[in-house]
Design a protein around this ligand. Structure first.
Ligand code: DGY
Length: 332
């Protein structure tokens, strides 16, 4: 039987060719996200969908998707998926863990180094003709060496960031989370107060959930060390952006590097992007050629595995597995 596979953005050709071997691919290849109404329409007779973090998958788009068996999200984060709705409809949901760990850890360190050493303002000054001579007090930044890096979320990405810290002579500590950690780690776990009092740089690596939304709020920012830095490569809504702006305005925080925002995309008019203490980038944590190919292949692999009736390796809603049979039995 030939499956209808919806793909909501142009992905790596190697992944598209894998999908083409398993069905008819309906590809949204525009440079902007698929409009919700079009997605809803395309899903009506689709068997599978490969989606992006920009696609909100909830009851609204699933109600008429009566043959849909799997939604394979090309991202490790899946806050765009309503797992309760997917499970309710008996649709499997998957993500792409592991393949973007190194790329995101690299970006985190690039942001830390660039933020503390003032790379972007230095370049802007040079381009503006403001580099008139070497001067003892020009373009000064903060030394990274000797600092303490506080990791919030010692999962795959948080651990990859922490593991790079000895190379920069930085001490990494993690926020105690109360959760069992699936790996042995040499990094001390500190209770919140001690963590925030000791970290010169706080880096966020938790998923966006109901309990992490606005985790970094006014109270959190007040408890951070004066003159410290915040780095967010996870999800924008983990931070209360208004409270962050106030902490930057007052100088309580020396700076923030933000790759993610509450509403995306943003432009230079956004109060944080245009803030002199902020280094803002357009959600590029996983944006390397190598990683985006791996993400696409991993997402395509999950989708194809599910269509073949097997349990996909990155299944998010195990509860939907028993209920899947209804849709999969339609094959016969
Ligand atoms: C993810 O996979 O969740 C990342 O945010 C994509 O860059």
């Amino acid at each position: 039987m030939s499956f209808v596979i919806v793909v909501t953005r142009a992905i790596h050709p190697d992944a598209l060719s894998l999908l083409n071997q398993h069905g008819t691919v309906r590809l949204w290849d525009q440079p902007h996200p698929i409009p919700r109404g079009v997605l809803q329409d395309w899903l009506k007779d689709a068997d599978a969908a490969l989606t992006m973090l920009t696609d909100r998958i909830d009851d609204g788009v699933l109600n008429d998707a009566s043959s849909l068996r799997v939604v394979s999200n090309m991202a490790v984060g899946y806050d765009n998926l309503d797992l309760v709705a997917l499970t309710h409809h008996g649709i499997l949901a998957t993500n792409t863990p592991d393949v973007l760990t190194e790329a995101t850890a690299e970006l985190t360190w690039a942001l830390i180094l660039a933020l503390l050493r003032g790379l972007v303002p230095s370049r802007e000054a040079l381009l503006a003709g403001e580099w008139t001579s070497w001067s003892p007090d020009a373009f000064l930044g903060t030394e990274v060496s000797g600092k303490t890096l506080g990791i919030v979320g010692l999962g795959r990405i948080g651990l990859a960031v922490a593991r790079r810290s000895p190379a920069f002579n930085v001490r990494a500590v993690a926020l105690e989370s109360g959760k069992a950690v699936p790996h042995a780690s040499p990094f001390p776990r500190l209770p919140r107060r001690e963590f925030l009092e000791s970290a010169d740089i706080v880096s966020l690596h938790v998923p966006l959930t109901a309990s992490t939304r606005h985790l970094v709020n006014r109270e959190w920012l007040d408890a951070m060390k004066s003159g410290s830095f915040l780095v967010n490569t996870a999800r924008g809504a983990i931070v209360d952006e208004l409270a962050l702006k106030e902490a930057l305005d007052s100088g309580k925080l020396a700076g923030a590097a933000l790759d993610v925002f509450n509403e995306e995309p943003i432009n230079g008019h956004h109060p944080l992007a245009s803030h002199p203490r902020v280094l803002a980038t357009p959600h590029i944590g996983s944006a390397t050629y190598e990683t985006r190919r791996q993400m696409a292949l991993r997402a395509a692999g999950n989708l194809v595995t599910a269509l073949s009736g097997k349990r996909p390796p990155d299944l998010l809603n195990g509860e939907a597995w028993p209920g899947r049979t209804q849709r999969f039995l339609n094959d016969g």
